[in-house]
Design a protein around this ligand. Structure first.
Ligand code: PMT
Length: 400
């Protein structure tokens, strides 16, 4: 994953996070949060409250962040100025009702609340507390006051809480917090775009229990949808069967067959400015689907017909969006990708050799060549998130 770090470091290059940790049973999760943020190439500096020290040691946070952790106002008298001044974003996770109350009322009686007052940039809080406190009107007033001043709220979720009760107050999961931070740090260069993405495989039914499909996991398409959303686009994701979590902030439409996918695309395409066809649509479907489960007896011959070519249907439309397709090839057949680009009348095609190690189906990484009329851009093996960003960057360049 050396490559992953190198590239992501480029995306969030030189960005630093000031992480405030207040005292909650969720404080231990800060270690994981720091680890994930550093994996994304961000540097992290921690300030913690005295109460947080009851739940997690300063040493753990120093080891995780590889930076000195500040715990009080006076041991480093300038820390409340220098730490916020050097940070690009300020995130408090977990954020207790007490620290939220201090922030909302301008109280600065410890290192964390004082850093909040002196920080000039974007702030996010990830509340964590009992549902009883979360619902309390005094707390809700404080929360509203912060939100009305532009503080971003991440979570909490509903779930089983440390006190043993169920309710709203569980700190948002780390992946969600990391995604929101990445989004807050990303330039919104797709602000006015409506991006339609397809992902995953289609299933073509032979009978009610059997189908023809392929190995697509949806990872490439989900990364594209999330990356477009992070860059400010309004995003719709049409997905075949996938076990992945739905991307944050994205309108999600679930489909099974190629005909379902075509219907969903037709409904959404009119309002889209960019269409990204990364789904692995099955090329063939049974000529007829049996209404009943076919009984097992000897050999079975299936007659197949071609599925509708979704991307070609879209590119034929009079008013069509910018179209990005994919070419899944077994071998370095870039000439086939170029042919598909032309025949299907697309604006860009992303060639991936699905037989290369770490590339194509179900992998977390992909090795692609972005092909358009002007040039071919060959990328090294990269995490699908980074591939998605590179595809969007090239699209923006072409349309500029
Ligand atoms: O989902 P993952 O596990 O992350 O894997 C990612 C991927 C390998 C599926 C993805 O990177 C990819 O290559 N997707 C396109 C797969 C494919 O169908 O390629 P193709 O060369 O057969 O088709 C060319 C283009 O026509 C594609 O944009 C395809 O979506 C589209 N097509 C194909 C058939 C069809 N009936 N309708 C279509 O619109």
């Amino acid at each position: 994953m050396k490559n992953k770090r190198k590239v992501l470091k480029k995306v969030l290059k030189n960005k630093s996070v000031l992480l405030g940790v207040s005292g909650s049973v969720a404080s231990y999760k800060a270690v994981d949060l720091i680890r994930r943020l550093r994996e994304e190439g961000l540097s992290v500096t921690v300030v913690m409250t005295e109460a947080a020290g009851n739940f997690i040691t300063r040493l753990s946070l120093e080891v995780a962040s590889q930076n000195r952790v500040c715990t009080d106002l006076f041991s480093n008298p300038m820390a409340h100025i220098t730490l916020p001044a050097n940070a690009d974003i300020f995130i408090v996770a977990p954020a207790t009702a007490n620290i939220i109350g201090k922030f909302a009322n301008g109280i600065a009686d410890d290192i964390l609340s004082t850093c909040f007052l002196s920080f000039k940039g974007k702030v996010a809080i990830a509340p964590a507390m009992s549902w009883r406190i979360y619902e309390n009107p005094f707390f809700q007033d404080n929360l509203k006051a912060l939100l009305s001043r532009g503080v971003v709220q991440i979570g909490p979720d509903k779930g089983s809480l440390a006190c043993g009760e169920e309710g709203m107050g569980k700190m948002a999961d780390i992946a969600t917090i990391v995604e929101r931070i990445k989004s807050m740090l990303t330039k919104k260069d797709l602000q006015d775009e409506k991006v339609l993405v397809t992902a995953g495989p289609t299933r073509e039914f032979i009978d009610p229990v059997r189908f023809i499909s392929n190995r697509s996991s949806g990872k490439m398409g989900y990364s594209l949808a999330q990356a477009a959303f992070r860059r400010g686009a309004e995003v719709t994701l049409i997905s075949g069967h996938s076990t992945l979590d739905r991307p944050d902030g994205v309108k999600f439409i679930s489909v099974e067959t190629s005909n379902d996918m075509l219907d969903a695309v037709n409904k959404e395409i009119e309002s889209s400015t960019v269409f990204i066809m990364s789904a692995a649509v099955s090329d063939f479907m049974p000529l007829e689907m049996s209404e009943e489960k076919i009984e097992k007896s000897g050999e079975l011959f299936l007659r197949l017909k071609q599925t509708p070519d979704i991307v070609s249907e879209v590119s034929k439309k009079r008013k069509r969006p910018f179209i990005i397709g994919f070419a899944a090839e077994t071998g370095k057949h870039t000439e086939r990708a170029r042919r598909k680009l032309k025949e299907k009348n697309m604006d860009m095609i992303v060639f991936n050799d699905v037989t290369e190690p770490g590339s194509g189906f179900d992998a977390d990484t992909n090795k692609v060549i972005i092909i358009d009329e002007e040039k071919e851009t060959e990328l090294p093996l990269l995490p699908k998130d980074s591939v998605a960003d590179a595809i969007l960057a090239r699209m923006i360049e072409i349309r500029a």
